[in-house]
Design a protein around this ligand. Structure first.
Ligand SMILES: CC(=O)N[C@@H]([C@@H](O)[C@H](O)[C@H](O)CO)[C@@H](O)CC(=O)C(=O)O
Length: 306
């Protein structure tokens, strides 16, 4: 049996950190990494959706990962998302990630062209072969990628011994059960949709990777503890409270990640810049929404975090 404990827990998806000109800011990447260590999360998922990876160059993504690894000083599990929608760049990032000593690499399927499953498997295995000492995690996010991880493709991928599981961001919690049942205890399934962290964990997810954890890590850590302690009524209450916060975070004109960065500025004095176009930045009216969301987080922490 593999020891997968380093993956079991709350793993925030790492936000893109820009300077005031919109370039990657190594200092802000390091500050966000240290913030995660202080909050006590298990690890970070770098250069994924929340990291705005599809709007970044290969060079940008290398700078981000290098600075996360440096600032983490071995205190966090690091999963690097390396998919670039072409095999060549993904291989380059996979090699780079392994050289930096990350715990795992992860990848979405190739998007735009509808490829047959054997081509998707080859794409994933090619980048995994480029990082032969590193675990590999499949990132299933069909609503954005347009490709669903089928049980047959997952079975094919498990022939690769480096594949340790799935980060499942599809909406049906039943998918979590499907992947967990198919692969068993020697594999890990991460819950993707933050709004159903509780449901995903109950259906078999051993941990979670999420785009809103970074805005309120205390709340997801508390929710995880409640689930472990089987305090499910309180867990449900907290999940509902988290979902009201997420609804607020997505209610602005600007993109949710811009809203979260504003919340982190208010609550944590952390400046991560804005978002990269074509993601819409916040407008003046959004600032009041961010303030409300920040207050909701503070109040919910007071109520549920001991
Ligand atoms: C569709 C989507 O973006 N899903 C998010 C969720 O964490 C999502 O942001 C959250 O549930 C709020 O809707 C994650 O699964 C993505 C993620 O973890 C990532 O940044 O790679």
């Amino acid at each position: 049996m593999r020891d997968l404990n380093k993956y079991k827990g709350v793993i925030p998806a790492f936000y893109a950190c820009y300077d005031d000109q919109g370039e990657i800011s190594p200092e802000r990447v390091q500050a966000l990494t240290k913030f995660h260590i202080e909050k006590g999360v298990k690890g970070v998922y770098v250069n994924g959706s929340s990291g705005e990876c599809i709007y970044q160059s290969v060079a940008d993504r290398k700078v981000v990962l290098e600075n996360v690894v440096e600032a983490a000083e071995g205190k966090l599990t690091i999963i690097a998302h390396v998919a670039c929608n072409n095999t060549r760049d993904s291989i380059e990032l996979a090699k780079h990630a392994e050289k930096l000593g990350v715990d795992a690499i992860a990848a979405i399927p190739p998007i735009y062209f509808r490829l047959p499953e054997y081509a998707i498997a080859k794409y994933w295995n090619d980048m995994s072969d480029a990082a032969p000492e590193t675990d590999f995690i499949i990132y299933n996010i069909p609503q954005l990628a347009g490709v669903n991880l089928t049980p047959a493709l997952y079975e094919e991928m498990r022939k690769n011994p480096r594949v340790i599981g799935v980060k499942n961001s599809s909406m049906p919690v039943q998918d979590i059960e499907t992947f967990a049942s198919a692969s068993g205890d020697d594999y890990i399934v991460f819950n993707g949709p933050d709004e159903q962290f509780l449901g995903g964990r109950i259906m078999g997810a051993n941990g979670g990777i999420g785009g809103t954890y970074g805005a309120m890590p205390e709340l997801f850590l508390a929710l995880d503890e409640l689930i472990k302690n089987k305090e499910l009524e309180t867990a449900k209450e907290l999940q509902y409270a988290i979902n009201r916060i997420i609804s607020k975070l997505v209610s602005g004109h600007g993109n949710m990640y811009g809203m979260i960065k504003e919340v982190l500025r208010i609550n944590e004095d952390l400046d991560l810049g804005s978002v990269r176009e074509p993601l819409p930045a916040l407008v003046e009216d959004d600032l009041a929404i961010a303030k409300e969301a920040a207050e909701m987080i503070t109040e919910t922490i007071k109520k549920y975090v001991k």
